[in-house]
Ligand binder design. Structure first.
Ligand SMILES: [Zn+2]
Ligand SMILES: [Zn+2]
Length: 395
């Protein structure tokens, strides 16, 4: 039996209460000022040393062990989303149009409990741990900024762990996968320029709408015709805009979309083919086609050795959990940036519960998760962290 599992259960009411306070007061990326203050107040109350102000609102909670040279890092994210909450919960968001609809409120509450438990046990910790609370995970570059401001230096951690509450999986399930778990995400914009004019006189124009339509269709052939059936990629277009009325051919059409991949070479191949199709089709139709790409996050690729040790720790201490080792998702997560520098493992902990009505997916205005998972998650993170500290350096 794990002492952390028991201790996390004892603290469950406090963890849930903090989650609800955070849920009522959501803040968007890089604006998590009240959130950051609240989290640091709790950490300091529990005797944890906190460094503030990294990446605007980021926090680093430092727990010094008494023995060993190993250094572990645990990451929790803090931002909410620009969504108007429709859960009807008694602790629903007090800020109109902003909601913790991804579960980051739960991540922070569990994170505070993990830091508290590790601090309580610091005299016997086989190394040092930094619990980092990161702003702006939802596409605004929080992880990248934390890294640019040195969170992975002095000392460089031996490993990093993180988790997401995961409503796509039921309570009682945990996904621990070696290798690619979550997709690299890119957003892109295609600009098709032609020559506008009268809709009744097409011969005097170069129609970007017809050209954009050809490009939209041709882009869908990349995954089906250019990739091996054993490779994975998603190319989705989410917005197309051009023109103002029925009888005017516009000068320009803009198309926006997202690309999801699990492998750097596949990503490069997709981008290369997209460029060829956009430019080639546009040229053939007398237009000009341009592609602008911006990276949201690299793929989350778990280190095989660390994932193996995490799995052993979870299987040993939480035998009641179903471990899913093959689950993969094309959702993106900026934890991938840390994994480019430091070996680690990102866990998805099942938090969907149909019996309790927790059936809505992440980013839905009615999203909520099973709060009983918070103490479970805190125990798991603490236990895995200790197991890895004991075995560091990992080779
Ligand atoms: Zn999200
Ligand atoms: Zn999230």
């Amino acid at each position: 039996m794990s002492p952390f599992k028991e201790r996390a259960k004892e603290m469950a009411d406090q963890t849930i209460s903090l989650r609800r306070t955070l849920h009522q007061n959501p803040e968007l990326g890089f604006k998590e000022f009240k959130t950051s203050n609240l989290v640091s107040e709790f950490l300091e109350e529990y005797g944890v040393k906190v460094r503030r102000g990294l990446a605007v609102t980021g926090l680093v909670a430092e727990i010094e062990g008494q023995s060993g040279e190993a250094n572990g890092m645990l990451r929790f994210d803090m931002d909410a989303l620009p969504i108007h909450e429709e859960t009807g919960l008694e602790f629903a968001s007090k800020t109109s149009g902003v909601m913790h609809a991804c579960g980051h409120d739960g991540h922070m509450a569990a994170g505070v409990s993990v830091a508290r438990m590790l601090q309580e046990q610091h005299a016997s910790l086989p190394g040092n741990v930094k619990c980092i609370f990161q702003p702006a995970e939802e596409g605004d570059g929080g992880a990248k900024k934390m890294i640019e401001e040195g969170v992975l230096k002095n000392p460089k951690p031996d490993f990093i762990l993180g988790f997401h509450l995961w409503n796509e999986k039921p309570t009682g399930t945990i996904c621990i996968k070696s290798g690619p778990l979550m997709a690299a995400g890119d957003t892109f914009e295609i600009r098709v320029s032609g020559k506008g004019g009268h809709g009744g006189l097409p011969q005097q124009t170069i129609d970007p709408i017809v050209c954009a339509a050809q490009i939209v269709t041709a882009l869908q052939t990349i995954v089906s015709r250019n990739l091996s059936p054993f490779d994975q990629a998603v190319l989705s277009l989410g917005s197309i805009h051009g023109g103002t009325t029925f009888n005017v051919i516009p000068d320009e059409v803009k198309v926006k979309g997202t690309l999801r991949t699990f492998d750097k070479l596949i990503r490069e191949k997709m981008l290369e083919r997209m460029k060829e199709i956009i430019q080639g089709t546009a040229t053939a139709m007398g237009c000009r086609g341009e592609l602008t790409v911006s990276e949201i996050a690299p793929a989350v690729i778990n280190d095989a050795r660390i994932a193996q040790r995490v799995k052993a720790a979870v299987a040993g201490k939480y035998p009641e959990l179903m471990i899913d080792e093959s689950y993969q998702t094309s959702v993106s997560e900026d934890f991938g940036y840390y994994l480019e520098d430091v070996p680690g493992c990102y866990l998805l902990i099942g938090s969907g519960n149909a019996a309790k009505g927790k059936i809505y997916s992440h980013h839905h205005p009615r999203f909520d998760f099973d709060e009983d998972v918070l103490s479970l998650a805190a125990g798991i993170l603490a236990d895995c962290c200790i197991a890895l500290l004991r075995e560091s350096p990992i080779d």
